[in-house]
Design a protein around this ligand. Structure first.
Ligand code: GLC
Length: 570
C-alpha cells in the first residue's frame, strides 16, 4: 500500500549496493582553517549563490540592479540558506560585455554604486554570516583600462608589453588564423602603432600578457586589495584562455562554420596551455594568505583535465566548476550517474552548477513543458544532495525560465547581435529576478534593462514564500537539511541500483548515519526496491519528498519526476 510522505516514519531498508569509497581528497594548505573534524574548509559546507548584479534588485529605480539592491535582499538569501554570494563583475566598465570588460579593478561601477556601498554590503553580509566572492576577469581588461590606453599609445609605452602585440603577416593580414570566440579574427590592427593586439573575446577586451611578470604581480595585487577589503575569494573568469602559444602557431581548422560564420577552429594554441597552472598556483598562494577560496570557470573535457585545475596536492583552484555536469542536457539517470561518479573520483572537492549567466536555465533545459516545477525540484534534489559545493544561479530557486529575445532588435548581448539567429545570445538567462507579481516583477519601478518574463505572475518570491509546495519552499527545506544533516555534509557518495535507467539513487554515508536519495528522472511513476543491509543500515526515516512520492517497506514509489530523501540508521 502506498503511503503519503507524512505518514511514513519508518522505512526498513534492505539496500544492495557496491561500496564505493569516495576519495574525500581535501588536502589543502595549512593556511586554511578546518571547520570540522573531517578537515573541511568553510567553502566545502557552504552553499554559493551567483548574483548577476544588473538583474537582481534595483534600489535606485534606474532599471539596472545595484549593490544596495543586493544588500536589501540579504535577509532573503539568509532565509533561503545561502552562505556565500558570487557577484558577477560590478567594477567600472564600459559594459560592452556587461562588466566582463573591466576598466578599473579596484572600484565599483557607478551604475552599481560606490565603494562605500560595497563596504556596507560586505559588513551587512558578514553580520549574517554570508561571504562575498568577486568575479575576477583575469584574461583581459576593457580597451578603456588605463593599462591598455597606455599600451596602445606607443611601441615604447610603459605598459606596451602588458598586452599581446604582434606585426601582421603582411598588409591587411593578421598575424595568424586565430579567431575570437565571439566572432571574427582574434587580432585587431591598431593604426597608432601599426601592430595587431590579440583578443580572445570582443575586440574591446584585449588579452593581458600573462607572460609578463609585471602583469602577474599587478593582478595578484588586485586580489590582495579586495581580500583586505573583506572578500572571501574570487570566481576566476575564463582561466582556460590566459595564455596562448608565443610562436603563434595556426590553430587546426575543422570543416564547417560556426554561428558567426567563422570556420570551426580547434583552440589548441589559444586555450589550456600548461602555463595556466603556474599562474593559478601564484593566485592560490595569495588566496591562502587570506584563507580565501578560488572558483574557476574551467571548461574541462574530462576528469583528467579537471584534476589539473585542482593542482598537485591541491595547490591551484579549490573549486574548479564542473561544467561537465551541465553538458548532460537531458534528464537521464544513466548519464547523470556516470557524470557524478566521475566527478566524485576527482582529486579535489566537487563543485556542482546547473546553470549560470552563460548557460540556459535548468527549468526549461530539463523541463518537459508540463512538469517543469516538478523537474525544478528534481534538479534541486540532485545538486543539493551531492558530495560537493553547489553554486545556485539566482532565480533557480523560484523556477525562473530562460526567456530569449524573439526579435533581433531586442537583443542586448552582443553575441546575440552578431550571431543572430543561430546564436541568440545570453539575455534569456539574465532576465530580472522575479520578486513579486507586480509590474516589472518587483525588480524595479523603472523599465528594466531586460524585460521581465510573464512567468513573474506565477513564479515569484512573494507568492512562493507563502506556498508550501512551491519550488522555493522545496529549495529552502533542502538547504536546511543540507546544513544540518551530517551525512549530507560529510558523507561519501555511493551510487545505488546502477542499472536503473529511470531512477537515479544514491547513498550518502557518514559513520553510522546515512541518507538515501531517490530521483525519478522519467515522466512515469516508478517503484524501486532498496536493500541497504550490506551497508549496515536497517531502518529509514522519511526526510523529504515531493508530491505523492512515498515509501513502504523497502519499496519507494516515486511520482513522475518525484524525489524522496530518507534518513538511514544502523
Ligand atoms: C566568461 C563569462 C562570460 C564573458 C566571458 C568574457 O565566459 O562567464 O559571461 O562573456 O568570460 O569575459
Amino acid at each position: 500500500m502506498l503511503m503519503s510522505p507524512k505518514s511514513i516514519r519508518v522505512l526498513h531498508c534492505a539496500l544492495c549496493l557496491t561500496v564505493f569509497l569516495a576519495a574525500c581528497s581535501n588536502k589543502s594548505s595549512t593556511a586554511n582553517k578546518a571547520v570540522d573534524a573531517e578537515g573541511h574548509q568553510w567553502w566545502q559546507h557552504a552553499v554559493f549563490y551567483e548574483i548577476y548584479p544588473r538583474s537582481f534588485a534595483d534600489s535606485n529605480n534606474d532599471g539596472v540592479g545595484d549593490l544596495n539592491g543586493i544588500a536589501s535582499k540579504l535577509d532573503y538569501l539568509k532565509d533561503l540558506g545561502v552562505d556565500a554570494i558570487w557577484i558577477s563583475p560590478c567594477f567600472p566598465s564600459p559594459q560592452v560585455d556587461f562588466g566582463y570588460d573591466v576598466s578599473d579593478y579596484e572600484n565599483i561601477d557607478p551604475m552599481y554604486g560606490t565603494l562605500a556601498d560595497f563596504d556596507n554590503l560586505s559588513s551587512e553580509a558578514r553580520k549574517r554570516g554570508i561571504h562575498i566572492i568577486l568575479d575576477f576577469v583575469v584574461n583581459h581588461t576593457s580597451d578603456q583600462h588605463k593599462w591598455f590606453l597606455d599600451s596602445k599609445s606607443s611601441r615604447s609605452a610603459e605598459h606596451r608589453d602588458w598586452y599581446v602585440w604582434r606585426d601582421g603577416k603582411g598588409p591587411g593580414q593578421p598575424p595568424n588564423n586565430w579567431t575570437s570566440t565571439f566572432g571574427g579574427s582574434a587580432w585587431q590592427l591598431d593604426p597608432t602603432t601599426n601592430q595587431y593586439f590579440y583578443h580572445y573575446f570582443y575586440v574591446q577586451q584585449p588579452d593581458l600578457n600573462w607572460r609578463n611578470p609585471a602583469v602577474k604581480e599587478a593582478m595578484f595585487d588586485v586580489t590582495r586589495w579586495w581580500y583586505k577589503r573583506g572578500v572571501s575569494g574570487f570566481r576566476l573568469d575564463a582561466v582556460d584562455t590566459l595564455y596562448e602559444d608565443p610562436n603563434l602557431t595556426d590553430n587546426p581548422i575543422r570543416p564547417g562554420t560556426n554561428a558567426f560564420g567563422d570556420p570551426f577552429e580547434e583552440k589548441k594554441y589559444t586555450t589550456k596551455l600548461p602555463e595556466v597552472h603556474e599562474a593559478l598556483r601564484g593566485l592560490r598562494k595569495v588566496t591562502d594568505e587570506y584563507n580565501g577560496v578560488l572558483i574557476g570557470e574551467t571548461w574541462t573535457a574530462d576528469i583528467a583535465e579537471l584534476n589539473l585545475y585542482y593542482g598537485q596536492g591541491n595547490n591551484e583552484l579549490q573549486l574548479p566548476m564542473d561544467f561537465l555536469f551541465t553538458t548532460v542536457n537531458r534528464l537521464s539517470a544513466t548519464e547523470f550517474r556516470k557524470q557524478i561518479s566521475a566527478v566524485d573520483s576527482a582529486s579535489g572537492w566537487p563543485t556542482f552548477v546547473i546553470s549560470n549567466h552563460d548557460i540556459a536555465r535548468s527549468y526549461d533545459r530539463y523541463g518537459d513543458g508540463q512538469h517543469n516545477d516538478q523537474v525544478a525540484k528534481l534538479m534541486a534534489g540532485l545538486y543539493l544532495t551531492l558530495r560537493g559545493t553547489p553554486i545556485l544561479y539566482y532565480g533557480e530557486e523560484i523556477g525562473m525560465k530562460t526567456t530569449p529575445p524573439t526579435r533581433k532588435e531586442d537583443v542586448k548581448d552582443p553575441i546575440g547581435q552578431t550571431g543572430w539567429p543561430k546564436e541568440k545570445g545570453r539575455d534569456g538567462e539574465r532576465t530580472p529576478m522575479q520578486w513579486d507579481s507586480s509590474d516589472n516583477g518587483g525588480f524595479s519601478k523603472a523599465a528594466p534593462w531586460l524585460p521581465v518574463p510573464d512567468t513573474a505572475r506565477t513564479h515569484n518570491v512573494a507568492d512562493e514564500l507563502k506556498d508550501p509546495n512551491s519550488v522555493f519552499s522545496f529549495y529552502k527545506k533542502l538547504l536546511s537539511l543540507r546544513h544540518t544533516n551530517r551525512a549530507l555534509m560529510d558523507g561519501n557518495y555511493t551510487p545505488l541500483n546502477e542499472s536503473d535507467q529511470n531512477v537515479l539513487s544514491y547513498l550518502r554515508a557518514y559513520k553510522d548515519q546515512g541518507v538515501l536519495v531517490a530521483l525519478n528522472m522519467s515522466g512515469t511513476e516508478q517503484k524501486v526496491t532498496f536493500d541497504l543491509r550490506k551497508q549496515g543500515f536497517s531502518s529509514a526515516q522519511f526526510l523529504l519528498a515531493t508530491g505523492q512520492s512515498s515509501a513502504s517497506g523497502s519499496v519507494v514509489t516515486l511520482e513522475p519526476y518525484g524525489v524522496l530523501i530518507a534518513q538511514l540508521s544502523k
